[in-house]
Design a binder for this molecule. Structure first.
Ligand code: ZN
Length: 122
């Protein structure tokens, strides 16, 4: 993920979070401070655009307080962000979960070769 995209997604996550928590402003003071902080961390990240795992990286260089806050944001906004930034693997998981209820049965019964149904379909 490029730095720019990373910043954009941080921004949207914090916006989502702030709104979702019913904070007074579109982006309240606390949340915009958090955003500033997060963006700042991101800019200073030694890995820059070559970050191997940007998901975890920012969290690691946060101060404990900010880390706690950004964790809350991510916990809240993460699943919602999937709507905007679909992650294939997670979508897959959700999909599997959704279709879990109606299992079509493990394959077809074996041993019955040949004739099936007499007048099953019309
Ligand atoms: Zn807020």
């Amino acid at each position: 993920m490029s730095l720019e995209k990373e910043q954009a997604s941080l921004r949207s996550m914090i916006h989502l979070y702030c709104k979702g928590q019913g904070h007074p402003d579109p982006l309240c003071e606390d949340c915009s401070a958090l955003l500033d902080y997060a963006l700042d961390r991101l800019t200073r990240c030694p890995y820059g655009e070559d970050k191997p795992t940007c998901r975890h990286c920012p969290i690691l260089c946060y101060s404990p307080e900010m880390r706690e806050r950004i964790t809350a944001v991510m916990r809240y906004a993460g699943p919602r962000m999937l709507l905007h930034h679909p992650v294939q693997s997670i979508r897959h998981l959700l999909h599997e979960k959704a279709s879990q209820g109606s299992k079509p049965g493990e394959g077809l019964p074996r041993g019955e070769s040949g004739q099936k149904g007499v007048d099953s379909d019309t």
